[in-house]
Design a protein around this ligand. Structure first.
Ligand code: SAM
Length: 370
């Protein structure tokens, strides 16, 4: 909340009583938090395309990929290797997509969420897909297992490298190309070298109108420059192709209902705004409402935009995930140590709090390029 200063000038004529009462009421409202500004909008630090503030001395994808590490889900990535070792796999041993699936995904509802995107491609799934924010590559490998050729674009170098290694061990390298980069910064630079692409004869991954589908699971929430993001995605998709996004959105009260009085100008409580920016690397002020989301995609040219509200099932999912995690504390600590447990527990608790506060929603949204 921005600090507000009230000046008292003894030279002035005394105010009338009703004016004083109104001023006292406004002051009381600020003190009790009923009237609040959006915390992120009062930030004096520089904001970048992906989530929160970045230092002025560093710029571009490197500083962004470092800053995003504040999210505890993205630290301690050795947990993948430890889990595989616990399951009896040696470091170079071949793996299957099915083995990795419960370990390598950072979205909700497992492979069903990827099937929902593949449904847009049916009856043919032999498609070229760009998966934005591919994480450890779980969705990309699943799509490959269903016949797609996938460019898996990931901002964080260590996460991207682990994804590439897992893809090699699953023998999907012919179908999944891992690229380390930032969807906004790299695509806007048309001269970018595709140095990390394994397939030299393939077109640059940034070349326009080459994908049958752009997908993204729980990534757009990190990126504040939404319109540029939608336009970039639109430009990359072929005519007749699709966009499929799983994301957070800002819920609004149905007409006439006052769900929560304590929300700030961003539509979240102070606690929720803090959790979003501190633990999830997400600025609440950048999240769309349902109407804003549909309108923004339509404005760049997508048609048949479909908004599927996932709030109920995602709330149940994050609650069960947190409860289950706490129940299995001892075995988790045995494999990953107490620091690893506390770190993930903090993150799972944060997500559970957010999804049970009425103001954060989950969505599967997709549209088509004419
Ligand atoms: C919640 S994870 C989801 C990973 C993956 N989609 C999955 O479902 O397993 C979000 C990922 O998006 C990546 N990301 C965030 N901003 C990005 C950007 N501007 N360009 C590319 N990747 C980005 C993060 O580094 C992180 O790995």
């Amino acid at each position: 909340m921005k600090a507000m200063t009230f000046y008292f000038n003894p030279q002035r004529k005394p105010c009338n009583l009703s004016l004083l009462v109104v001023m006292a009421a406004i002051l009381a409202a600020f003190v009790h938090g009923d009237v609040q500004s959006c915390p992120s909008s009062s930030s004096s630090s520089q904001s970048n395309s992906t989530g929160s503030a970045e230092s002025e001395s560093e710029s571009g994808s490197t500083s962004t990929s470092k800053a995003i590490k504040t999210m505890k889900l993205y630290s301690n990535i050795e947990r993948i290797d430890r889990q595989l070792a616990h399951l009896g796999y040696s470091p170079d041993q071949d793996l299957s997509q099915e083995t990795l699936s419960p370990i390598d995904s950072m979205h909700y509802l497992g492979d069903d969420a990827i099937e929902a995107a593949i449904g847009l491609l049916l009856p043919t799934v032999d498609a070229k897909v760009l998966d934005v924010g591919s994480g450890f590559g779980g969705p990309a490998r699943y799509m490959a297992s269903r016949g797609c050729n996938v460019v898996a674009l990931e901002l964080q170098p260590d996460v991207s490298a682990k994804g590439k290694e897992l893809t090699q061990r699953c023998n999907f390298s012919d179908q999944v190309t891992h690229i380390t980069g930032d969807i906004l910064k790299d695509v806007s630079n048309e001269n970018v070298e595709d140095s990390e692409s394994d397939s030299k004869s393939a077109p640059l991954w940034t070349e326009r109108e080459q994908y049958n589908m752009v997908t993204s699971w729980l990534v757009f929430l990190h990126i504040t420059e939404k319109n540029k993001l939608y336009q970039t995605s639109y430009d990359l998709i072929k005519s007749g192709g699709h966009i499929y996004i799983e994301d957070f959105y800002r819920r609004t009260a149905p007409e006439g209902e006052n769900v929560n009085n304590n929300v700030n100008a961003c539509g979240f409580t102070e606690e929720e705004s803090t959790i979003l920016s501190r633990d999830i690397y997400c600025e609440g002020s950048s999240l769309h409402t349902r109407e804003e989301y549909i309108q923004a995609l339509e404005e760049v040219g997508f048609v048949n935009v479909t908004f599927v509200d996932m709030t109920g099932s995602w709330s149940a999912y994050v609650k069960a995930r947190y409860t289950d995690f706490l129940e299995k504390k001892d075995s988790f600590v045995e494999i990953h140590g107490m620091d690893g447990f506390e770190s993930l527990s903090h993150f799972f608790n944060a997500m559970n709090t957010l999804f049970h506060g009425n103001n954060l929603g989950g969505v599967r949204i997709h549209g088509t390029k004419k």
